[in-house]
Design a protein around this ligand. Sequence first.
Ligand code: OSB
Ligand code: MG
Length: 370
Amino acid sequence: MKVEKIVLRRMKMKLKSPFQTSFSTQYDRDFIIIEVHTAYHVGFGECVVSWAPYYNEETVITAWHMLEDFLIPLVLNKEITHPGQVDEIFSPIRRNNMAKAGLEGAFWDLYAKQSGQSLAQALGGTKDKIEVGVSIGIQEDMESLFQLVEQYLGQGYRRMKIKIKPGHDVEVLFALRKRFGNVPMMADANSAYSLEDMDVFTKLDELGLMMIEQPLGYDDIIDHAKLQAKIKTPICLDESIHSCEDARKAIEMGSTRVINIKIGRVGGLSEAKRIHDLCQQHNVPVWCGGMLESGIGRAHNIALTSLPNFLLPGDTSGSSRYWEEDVVDPEVTVSANGTIEVPKGPGIGYTPVAERLKKYTTAEKVFTVK
Ligand code: OSB
Ligand code: MG
């Protein structure tokens, strides 16, 4: 792939409604789109950082710095024939996984386009469509939460993920069970609890939840193993898993029975695929998490989810769940039975619309090959 230029775009897109988790409330997304240009094709990647380091340690400014001063210079004048090389070239750089993943993802899209295949095909995907759920932020009152769940069930979403935090957990989930019966439901705590909160987990354990996502420390696998030994509900790790090695250790320790794979959190599609393969060998089902992506990052998530061990519905909802207007054409849509079709066209299979990209760009920098 003879790269001619790489473009970074800092993007700002307003969410349709605020998204509240145990760590923050987001009103809009501040992230980076990366374009890798050859004479014939453009590969698109999304760096899924946020404005502040509350989910992980990266921010839009640290990622821009890593991309501009380290990652782009490492690939700009190299002959890259496969995105796996990009992953290897980045390996001496510690963490900064979202920055790496955004650029590596653009190379994956470019590689797929250049070789005339869909990104899903290039990754070894086997599904024509994927099952999806929805992640519901913390609401001001129960009535709003009920209404949202009703709306999303009506739209076909296959499972409801409910964000929880101390003081907004047991009662909320019991009320949802009472109102909606046995709908597939899970909770995501984003690291808001500790082993001192056993009474909360014991109560939640009565509800037959599909899983509890990241209940304890954002960097922990020890306490999660202790908790998993005490409850029937599977624990699913999100924040604690940054690499295939992390996944191996967490599985070995019994800290997790399901893994949420986010391309950004693990440093790219190559590592995401390795985690998928490892989990498959260990009979640990995985699903694809989300970072409130634009259509570009969403398309990468869809392609990844076409791999066979993505056995549980993911957080990749349709564009309209997040945006008045997405940046891709067509927008991502979910069928009435809660599935998204895996596109068959070349690369990510959704076309970024130049004027929409421009409309949401707040800063832009072009890097050219000398
Ligand atoms: O923990 O999965 C999470 C969004 C931002 C940061 C962390 C998380 C989330 C979500 C939203 O749950 C998933 C999505 O709809 O993209
Ligand atoms: Mg999570």
